[in-house]
Write a protein that binds this ligand. Sequence first.
Ligand code: F6P
Length: 363
Amino acid sequence: GKGIAVFTSGGDAQGMNGAVRAVIRMGIYLGAKVYFIKEGYQGMVDGGDNVVEASWSSVSGIIHKGGTVIGSARCKDFRERPGRLKAAKNLVKKNITNLVCIGGDGSLTGANLFRVEWSSLLDELLSTGEITKEERDTCAYLNIVGMVGSIDNDFCGTDMTIGTDSALHRIIEAIDAIVATAYSHQRTFIMEVMGRHCGYLALVAALASEADFVFIPEWPPEPNWPETLCKKLAQERAMGQRLNIIIVAEGAIDREGQPITAEQIRKVVVDQLKQDTRITVLGHVQRGGSPSAFDRILGCRMGAEAVLALFEMKPDSEAVVVSLDGNQAVRVPLMACVEKTKAVAAAMAAKEWEKAVELRGRS
Ligand code: F6P
């Protein structure tokens, strides 16, 4: 049968286990031999016990778990050709020529590079006698399907990345808890949420929690933001509100591209309004915990679609990403999505904020 391997790469995200489970089970159902690769690209490079054939029951009881049970890593070795050469050998030896990569844009770009290089890697392995001519011929093409797992929702080409919904639930729960204590003491809280280069979590959390102000990297505030912020907070208090909530994305910046930190905001509020102000940095609790129903189902749908895509792909097809578009599972060209995601970063670096927001909005 067809040899398919699934791995998770980069930061973990809730729902990855559901996706892994669906890949394994759909693959087995369709008659493929399906493998886990543990520890992401590192496991592919190191081979050995990291590449394990999966069975139907090996993915029982994981859909409700946070993180990724097969491990993940941010791998340096795979960025260099010698690492990819080792990875290619490990795959060929198990007759694996189909990969399902669950990760962010960096991981998916890596997968595409691997596919493009594949035949030259195999030529080199043949020339050094590490694989046979027969192995080279049976494994001539590598097919890649990606799925976007990231709490940040920072990938252009899908409505929601796997993990975002659960992270939002966690954030909202935390804000609700903070609101109760803030109310009691008439305090102001600044909550820092994740999203290195993407303000989605901050923006949506702010809307869903009636926050007073939000800082996101795609739309930095005007230079006089301290004044605007204080006016807004004071106005709310004047109307009888006992607390204020400010959400700041960890990647928030000003119009010069300089970071705006929670501490900076706190100083503004304390100096100008003398409000009792505290900071809460949510950190990795946003990535832990059990996945929401939405992320479990999203992972399952994407995983099943990924396997179908591999079965329908011609040899040497362009890599695709399975994504959610208007609540439909669709297949989109991987590199086009990566390019668009990079265009957002480029627009932000060039301080073209309107463009950054527009590109994000259509993602
Ligand atoms: O990309 C996911 C993410 O959680 C970001 O929101 C955050 O900036 C980053 O990963 C943290 O990375 P690490 O877990 O390696 O510290």
